[in-house]
Design a protein around this ligand. Structure first.
Ligand code: HEC
Length: 134
């Protein structure tokens, strides 16, 4: 009896892992656990563009690969929490998030933690929404 329960627990833990590894609802790893998306805010997005041009443009472009991945369409393939956690905690994501671990293999350089504040990360998310027409 106990061994059956044990097997059940192991199996459910395993399927949970499988599920989260290819989960389109993956929130990533970092300080952001929930983002309430409001209707698109253009003022916030233009603040995000300034933060982007200062901190991200060195490695990211839209519509093409650069030192880092092409960010066009990112808000369609990742959750808002995932995107903000990647901005705030890239090194943790590179160590512990399966999607980023895989992705990092394609790029010789790593994305580093840049001391972006949480409000600035939120404005970046709004800018990325603007690029994607979301
Ligand atoms: C030093 C170059 C560099 C800088 C600067 C940089 N990134 Fe990255 N970024 C990368 C690389 C390389 C990856 C691929 C994953 C990895 O290796 O960390 C990545 C991955 C990402 C991802 C995940 C893409 C996906 O498909 O899930 C997002 C989102 C992202 N970056 C956004 C940003 C934003 C926003 C900024 C500015 C705050 C920024 N990055 C600054 C190099 C950089």
């Amino acid at each position: 009896m106990t061994s059956k329960i044990f097997i059940l627990i192991v199996l459910s833990a395993f399927s949970f892992q499988l599920f989260s590894a290819c989960d389109s609802k993956d929130k990533g790893i970092g300080p952001v656990s929930k983002v309430e998306l409001k209707p698109f805010d253009n003022v916030l997005a233009s603040k995000g563009k300034d933060v982007f041009d200062k901190n991200c443009l060195t490695c990211h472009r839209f519509d093409k690969e650069f030192t880092g991945p092409n960010l066009t369409g990112i808000t369609k393939i990742r959750t808002p929490e995932f995107i903000m956690n990647m901005i705030l905690n890239p090194e943790g994501m590179e160590k512990e998030n399966e999607t980023i671990k895989e992705l990092a293999k394609k790029y010789p350089m790593r994305m580093k933690t840049q001391n972006i504040s949480e409000p600035d990360a939120r404005s970046l998310l709004e800018y990325l929404r603007k690029i994607d027409g979301n």
